[in-house]
Design a protein around this ligand. Structure first.
Ligand code: DQA
Length: 145
């Protein structure tokens, strides 16, 4: 069974109460449960994590080598700022899928640029928390190909 690392960046621990008009009412625990359910269906083992700290995310990405078949990442605000996360992902030889709950391209201009999309095999944005489910479907396809 392939293992997939799902990483969530800053403020995503506040899902449910954070700007529900943008991010909806589901909590991060709800998203994790959704991912485990989809993972079981796709025969993928899910390791689901969140951090508010850029360095911790970088360390988790570094440690992923050899342990995971792919990474799904919602780097949240670090999407638009973090060369460090980009560099860490660049070292991996596994598919990276970028997810966003909202569609950053349709929001403030400072959200339009993504470091992660420069290396992502796919980007799923604006689909709400179902974007994580779609990312797992896409990951499953990529790993079969
Ligand atoms: C987000 C979009 C980012 O611009 C923002 O900083 C987030 C969440 C999303 O899932 O829609 O924290 O990644």
């Amino acid at each position: 069974m392939k293992k997939i690392l799902i990483l969530n960046g800053p403020n995503l621990n506040m899902l449910g109460m954070r700007e529900p008009e943008v991010y909806g009412h589901d909590t991060l625990d709800d998203v994790e449960a959704l991912c485990h359910e989809k993972g079981r269906e796709q025969n993928l083992k899910i390791d689901f994590r969140q951090s508010n700290h850029e360095g911790e995310l970088v360390e988790w990405i570094q440690e992923a080598r050899g342990l995971f078949g792919g990474i799904i990442i919602n780097a949240a605000a670090y999407t638009h700022t973090s060369v460090a996360i980009y560099d860490a992902l660049k070292m991996l030889d596994m598919p990276v899928i970028e997810v966003h709950i909202s569609n950053p391209k349709e929001r403030e201009e400072f959200r339009h640029f993504s470091y992660i999309e420069l290396l992502a095999a796919a980007v799923i944005a604006g689909e709400g928390v179902q974007g994580y489910v779609q990312a797992l479907e896409k990951m499953s396809e990529l790993l079969k190909a």
